[in-house]
Design a protein around this ligand. Sequence first.
Ligand SMILES: [Zn+2]
Length: 341
Amino acid sequence: MMPTSGPYGTAKPGRSEFLSPARALLQFFSPGGRRGHLSILIYHRVLAQADPLFPEGGDMESFDQQMGLLTDCFRVIPLADAVRGLRSGSLPARAACVTFDDGYADNAEIALPILQKHGIPATFFVSSGVLDGGRMWNDTVIELVRRAPGNTLDLRGLNLGSFPIGTIAQRRHAIDNLISGLKHMPPESRQFRIEQICSAIPVNLPDNLMMTSEQVRLLHGAGMEIGGHTVLHPILASTEKSAARAEIANGKEMLEGIIRAPVRFFAYPNGKPERDYLPEHVAMTRELGFEAAVSTAYGAARPGDDLYQLPRFTPWDRGGQARFVFRMIQNMLRNTEVALH
Ligand SMILES: [Zn+2]
């Protein structure tokens, strides 16, 4: 189990006995300098309470505990410092960064105060086109299925099949099915499909899931980094080349207009090399003036690695503090060679 309730600093007995060998072990595997490893953690949402449809996702309490453990075990630094450290071979020992993708309102409402409490500088990769009342397409599917009345979701008229939704597990199964079928479709056809599903299930959908522009400014004003994540979150590998470039460039420009400061870093939507983005998109982010970019390939970055494909990983399981450290070390030892050269 994770250390039980209580804010950072009031750990259960045993915490300090654990921390000293844990730090020594992490120091051994991540000694800093030219032999350093940069662990970049990735988060999406931080909910006030766990969502019964996604019990594996993070809630506020476990996020708070994980941030406490992270600052106890790692040197959490801003992404800009980490990129500089990778470039010059001067990473601190046990270096880590915290990042968030997509731009959920809970990042500003729930995660920010927790990050501030722990003194953690984070980077928020925001899809600019869903701010101010927009919604990620996958959330549209999730919220539709969550609210759909009755025990059956009949989408046979759209050739999407029929799903039993009498139980939470069945609703989750329907969501996973629909999302995996839609994920890699070209954005326009996907949008068309989603609008069809919306008209087939007449329910009210929330329009406050994503941040407002004001909340993006709030994060930036609190010293957090705002990074690009395209406008509408297309899978770049299935998007026409000029449209992909426009998505990356316009997302950056829109965010710079909001925060009135440069947007220096980029996260590839979905982020798996070769499947979700290609070498041409890596070149685009460099040409468009980003200083570095992150993927969702597992592993930890080392000096000499491609700064435009930094891997990310988060152990979101609740296996306790020893398991967290073990998983972080295991991730450092992965072969971080991403497939693109
Ligand atoms: Zn994303």
